[in-house]
Every structure is written in C-alpha cells, then in structure tokens.
Design a protein around this ligand. Structure first.
Ligand SMILES: [Zn+2]
Ligand SMILES: [Zn+2]
Length: 122
C-alpha cells in the first residue's frame, strides 16, 4: 500500500487519539481542502483490509482504532460514553471456532456496554 500524506495524517490522528474515532471525527480534524469525507471512508476501509485498524460499531456509528500488536477492544459506558480499553482474549476461541466449523475467520468485533463506577454511583 502506498503511504500518501493523507493516509499518514489519518493514521497519525488515530495514533494520537488513544480512543476510537469515527470517520466524521477524523474528517473534522483534517484540513478540508486536502480531502473529503468519502476519501476518509475509503482510506479507513483500506487500512481495515490491511489489518492496520480495527473497528467497532457503537451507537449507530463505526469507530476505528489502531490495530496494534496487542489487539484490543473497548468497554463503553452508557452513561458518560467513556471508552475503556480492554485486552482481547478471543484468539483461542477463534482458533477453536475455525477448527470446529472449518470457518476461515477474517476478523471479529466485540464491544462491552455498561456503566462505569462513577455513573453507577450517580
Ligand atoms: Zn460513565
Ligand atoms: Zn479481539
């Protein structure tokens, strides 16, 4: 994949954000003369195919985050929308499922929803 400056910019935003970003959030942070929203979507899609980013579907929006060496997921508070990074423990399960069902697994998605401690105490 060719690393254009636009692609670098988008990757960098995801790196700095330390939380999942939607395509719209990324678009808002970039100079608009350089690219449009559909370019952001296309770029994220490409990153996803290259396994450079992971995505989660939360509250009717797709959020993207860097797929680092330590693949992870998020817990989301339904009260304050706080996103808490959690380690992924699904790799073994994936292997079992692949064996059992002869399924060629390409990716998985998991998001945990609930209330954080602060919101429970409200
Ligand atoms: Zn909360
Ligand atoms: Zn995972």
């Amino acid at each position: 994949m060719r690393m254009t400056s636009q692609r670098k910019q988008i990757l960098n935003l995801l790196k700095l954000a330390k939380r999942p970003l939607s395509a719209e959030m990324i678009y808002e942070q970039l100079p608009h003369d350089a690219l449009n929203l559909s370019t952001v979507y296309r770029t994220l899609d490409l990153f996803f195919k290259e396994k450079m980013v992971a995505k989660s579907f939360m509250q009717q929006t797709t959020y993207y985050y860097l797929n680092e060496e330590k693949h992870h997921h998020y817990m989301i508070c339904l009260g304050c929308q706080k996103m808490i990074e959690i380690a992924c423990h699904l790799d073994d399960m994936e292997k079992d499922l692949a064996d059992k069902h002869h399924f060629d697994i390409k990716y998985h998605d998991m998001t945990v929803y609930g209330y954080c401690q602060a919101c429970q105490n409200k």
